[in-house]
Ligand binder design. Structure first.
Ligand SMILES: [Zn+2]
Ligand SMILES: [Zn+2]
Length: 276
C-alpha cells in the first residue's frame, strides 16, 4: 500500500521534472501503466494494482508519439498504384500486383519492380518531413523511421529484401543539412529487418536542382548521370530496397534503379515516406 503511494508520488514528480512529450505535437504523453502484483502469504492471495510509473533505473521505453499522432501518421488507407504511387480511383479492385499499371503511369517504364509508400505528402506527414529537413531533424527522422517499419513491417518482409540503400545526397547538400534523412530512415528499416544497410554503394556525383523546382520534362534531364556506383560491384541475387523521403514522379529513384539493374540486381523495390 505504502509502496503504491510512494510510486505514484515518484511518477508524478518525474512527470513534472521530465515530461514525456510527444515527438509530433509536443503534448505530454502518459507514462506506460505497469501492473504490480503483490503476494500476501498470510491470506495466500495475490493482489494486483495498476500504477503509472517510470522506471527508476532509467530503463523506460516511453512511447515517442502520442496515440493521436500515431493515428494521423499511419492513417493512409487509400488504394494506390504500386508503380507510381498515385491514388487509385474508388471502385478499383484491391487485388493488384506490383507490375499493374494505372492511368497515371501507363506510358511510363520504370526500372524498379515495385514501389510502396508510408503515406501521402499532406497534413501531419508533410509537417514531419519538413521538420526532418530542419537542422535538428535527425532525431525526428530516427523516430519516424521506427514508426514506419513498425507499422508496415509485413509489407517490407513480404519482399524478401537482402539489402537496404538510401537515396544519396550530394555532399554539398549533406554539408548544409548535416545528415541524409533518407539514410537515417533506411538505417531504422535495415536495423529492424536485420539486413545490411549499404549507404556507399551509390554516390551522387553531381549536384542537381531540387526536383520540385523543375518541370516534369526537365526532371529526367536533371538527374541523368548524377549517380554512380563502384564499377566492380555485382548485385546478382540481391533484392534491394531503395529508401527515399518523397516521391513525385519517381525520376530520381528510377535513375538509381537503372544503375542497380545494370549491375545485375535481381529485384529493386522503392520505399518512400510520402507520395507528393
Ligand atoms: Zn502527439
Ligand atoms: Zn501508376
Amino acid at each position: 500500500m505504502l509502496k503504491d503511494i510512494l510510486q505514484k508520488i515518484y511518477a508524478g514528480c518525474l512527470q513534472i521534472a521530465l515530461p514525456n512529450l510527444c515527438f509530433g505535437c509536443r503534448e505530454p504523453i502518459d507514462f506506460p501503466t505497469i501492473k504490480n502484483t503483490d503476494y500476501n502469504s498470510e491470506k495466500g492471495v495475490s493482489t494486483s494494482s495498476s500504477v503509472t510509473v517510470a522506471d527508476p533505473l532509467g530503463k523506460r521505453t516511453d512511447p515517442v508519439f502520442c496515440q493521436n499522432c500515431i493515428q494521423q501518421l499511419t492513417s493512409d488507407t487509400n488504394l494506390y498504384c504500386n508503380r507510381c504511387l498515385s491514388n487509385l480511383p474508388i471502385g478499383v479492385i484491391s487485388k493488384r500486383t506490383y507490375s499493374d499499371r494505372c492511368g497515371q503511369c501507363r506510358a511510363v517504364n520504370y526500372s524498379f519492380d515495385g514501389a510502396f509508400r508510408f503515406g501521402i505528402y499532406d497534413g501531419m506527414l508533410r509537417e514531419a518531413i519538413l521538420r526532418m529537413k530542419s537542422l535538428s531533424g535527425e532525431s525526428f527522422a530516427v523516430q519516424l523511421g521506427k514508426l514506419w517499419i513498425e507499422s508496415k513491417r509485413d509489407q517490407f518482409i513480404s519482399l524478401n529484401p537482402t539489402v537496404v540503400i538510401p537515396t544519396p545526397l550530394h555532399w554539398t547538400r549533406w554539408w548544409k543539412r548535416g545528415y541524409n534523412q533518407s539514410e537515417t530512415l533506411a538505417e531504422q528499416i535495415a536495423k529492424e529487418m536485420k539486413i545490411p544497410l549499404q549507404p556507399n554503394w551509390v554516390k551522387r556525383i553531381r549536384a542537381t536542382r531540387k526536383q520540385t523546382t523543375v518541370s516534369a520534362k526537365e526532371r529526367r534531364q536533371n538527374v541523368k548521370g548524377s549517380f554512380a556506383m563502384k564499377s566492380d560491384l555485382s548485385l546478382s541475387g540481391q533484392s534491394i530496397i531503395i529508401v527515399d523521403d518523397v516521391f513525385t514522379t519517381g525520376t530520381t529513384v528510377n535513375e538509381i534503379a537503372k544503375l542497380l539493374k545494370d549491375h545485375k540486381a535481381d529485384k529493386i523495390w522503392v520505399a518512400v515516406l510520402a507520395h507528393r
